[in-house]
Ligand binder design. Sequence first.
Ligand code: A2P
Length: 316
Amino acid sequence: VVPTLTLKSGEKMPIIGLGTWQSKPGEVGQALKIALNNGYRHFDCAHVYMNQDEIGQVLEEAIAQGLVNREELFITSKIWNTFHSYEKAKEGVDIILQQLKLKYIDLLLIHSPMGYQEGEEMFPWTEDGSRMHFSDVDYLDTWKGLEEAVQAGKVKSIGLSNFNSQQIQRVIDHSHIQPAVLQVELHPYFQQTKLVNFCKEKGIEVTAYSPLGSMTAPFRKEGQANLLEDPVILEIAKHHNKSPAQVAIRWSIQRGLIVIPKSTNEHRIKENFDVFGFELSKDEMAKMAGIDRNWRIFDLAARNGDHKYFPYNDEF
Ligand code: A2P
């Protein structure tokens, strides 16, 4: 049984889940089956990952076959940037429910504070391909749509992703339902200590995406540092007879975070879940704190930096 954290909403969230970004259609379903068979109950999804139909099929089958109950599952999804107006957000919730073949979603996040032009295209590129067509819809409108989905029983908990502390505070100040979770990039090379402390003070739990920092091109480029080869992590891994990935995941858990490593490989899916039989010492946690590089790998500044709500121009 996976440990859980209790969210503001009162719902319990398993502290480890399977990430599905960049899990290809045709592969993601198999990955899910392997994960389900090995104890995972929490799955991190999003409309924009374009693989929710296949995930929904596997979930539906697993429930029908009695492998899991719906109540044991914890399914997260995210409202994409082209669904930011109040009406669109509500439409987005229904699309997600339909794709995932669920009557309710456990946690629904606003994927990013930045709205994109609404329409058929998820990525409405400008003609010259340099950036997206933005919309300046206020994410507080999106939040209202999410609050309404909670009231309608379609969603249990709501939260934010890729928001900075000022934007989170603005949602807190203008909401009926407080954000339960913030999901952001977070790993030993990008420890986000200020933002984590801010959230913890507000009672918001933090989910670490890309917890292995192993994002691939075009985000982490060939030849750039790979934290799974970091000497400090390798040494700690050797000492515990664990892999560098297990050390990174264990480190996130011991910081009180929720963590969602992505894999479609059977061996690695199992490995990433096998992190409850060892503990990093105080000294090892201190050593890990020392390898922070404040390095955001998933930096969309080039395409989005002049968006009204681009989050990363602020300090944290
Ligand atoms: P794969 O799906 O082939 O396992 P993150 O969640 O930090 O973005 O990391 C995901 C990337 O790390 C994917 O490329 C994934 O590839 C790879 N990965 C997942 N688990 C492990 C592991 N235990 N060891 C090494 N690489 C891993």
